[in-house]
Ligand binder design. Structure first.
Ligand SMILES: Nc1ncnc2c1ncn2[C@@H]1O[C@H](COP(=O)(O)OP(=O)(O)O)[C@@H](O)[C@H]1O
Ligand SMILES: [Mg+2]
Length: 347
């Protein structure tokens, strides 16, 4: 286990500043997910941590000691990439043990580590096979095993599941979490997939254009998004954003000042006819245009006084096309953003 501190890190490529002063502290044994749109600097940050890129400014510390000047091999970190390349002429066991062999570990030490990790990843029966004799999912497991077999205190993942199909990705997500619970290494996991981030992270750091926009637990980020960017990036289906006069009707003093955007997640609306609960507010009349059946739930598409709004309701709810219903929101789960700065005015 090892605590990591990233302090005011900057990095440019040519004229372009990619990392604009990153500050991040990762607790020993934590699983931190770094998420953000493609091109925001996630890989660059991970690569500087691993020593594959040099920093322009700032410092990187492990257990309080600077590692910024150390060569990659001296940083005691393993890294798993999206485009892993296994050595084709080596079998699985040799692939997994290769880094340990370079470190001049004894054969018995290498065997012990490889067997232990192969057991954890349930690939013990594949140890004699060559990469070409493996499925895509098995190869990704071996790539993971190769990083884990080094038994480093820190493991960095750069979109390791992006090449897998949705089903396998779901499985591997759970397995990586399980491995984390067993190994207790400090892990930093990079992804552009907000779903992967919220399901896997102890904490999530959301990156945009080389800056960290918000850090918190998945629940904090989901329920208290700091700004419009976070609110629209995290959560699927996406939050609804409502503007104009409708917003002025809200019983919040902040809603009366300036131009604002009301953010409501599809599941935070209610259509029921009954009296208002203390935290509920009737927003207006909703015109239902169509429904998508999602199994247990259905997504209604329609318009709220001219603005399109999507609502998640129980699939047992029966409606007719062109029906008009009264739409309520839960005020404790609704957000008010300043239109020009994007900031959440109520947290
Ligand atoms: N070696 C490099 N030389 C020049 N530009 C680079 C290099 N590596 C990355 N970039 C640029 O830096 C930006 C961030 O890249 P990257 O960190 O890979 O983003 P992400 O992993 O979030 O998708 C991109 O615009 C990319 O083109
Ligand atoms: Mg990347």
């Amino acid at each position: 286990m090892a605590k990591i501190q990233i302090e005011n890190c900057t990095k440019s490529f040519g004229e372009l500043q990619i990392l604009k002063g990153i500050n991040l502290e990762i607790a020993s044994g934590e699983f931190l997910v770094l998420v953000g749109p493609s091109g925001c600097g996630k890989s660059t940050l991970l690569r500087t941590l691993a020593g594959l890129e040099t920093l322009d400014g700032g410092d990187l510390k492990v257990e309080g000691k600077s590692i910024a000047h150390l060569e990659p091999q001296d940083r005691d970190m393993a890294m798993v990439f999206q485009n892993y390349a296994l050595y084709p002429h080596m079998n699985v066991a040799e692939n997994m043990g290769f880094a340990l062999k370079l470190q001049k570990k004894s054969k018995s030490e290498i065997d012990k580590s490889v067997n232990e990790i192969a057991d954890l990843l349930q690939i013990s029966h594949l140890l004699d096979r060559k990469p070409k004799e493996l499925s895509g999912g098995q190869r990704q497991r071996v790539a993971l095993g190769r990083a884990l077999a080094r038994q480093t205190k820190i493991i960095l993942f750069d979109e390791p599941l992006s090449n897998l199909d949705a089903h396998l990705r779901g499985q591997m997500r759970v397995e990586i979490k399980r491995l984390h619970q067993r190994l207790k290494s400090t892990m930093i996991y990079v992804t552009h997939d907000q779903m992967e981030a919220t399901t896997m992270g102890d904490r999530i750091a959301v990156l945009k254009e080389g800056r960290i926009e918000q850090i918190g637990t998945p629940s904090e980020i989901y329920h208290q998004p700091k700004n419009l960017f976070i609110a629209s990036f995290i959560g699927s289906p996406e939050m609804n954003f409502i503007e104009g006069d409708l917003v002025k009707r809200l019983p919040w003093p902040e809603a009366q000042k300036g131009e604002n955007v009301l953010g409501v997640r599809p599941e935070s609306f209610k259509i029921s006819q009954g009296p208002l609960e203390p935290n509920e507010f009737e927003l207006g009349s909703y015109h239902i245009e169509l429904s998508e059946n999602l199994g247990g739930q259905q997504m209604l598409h329609g318009s709220l006084e001219g603005q399109s709004v999507r609502i998640l309701v129980d699939s047992t709810y029966n409606f007719s096309k062109d029906e008009k219903v009264k739409l309520k929101i839960d005020l404790t789960k609704s957000h008010l953003f300043d239109k020009s700065s994007g900031l959440n005015k109520r947290i």
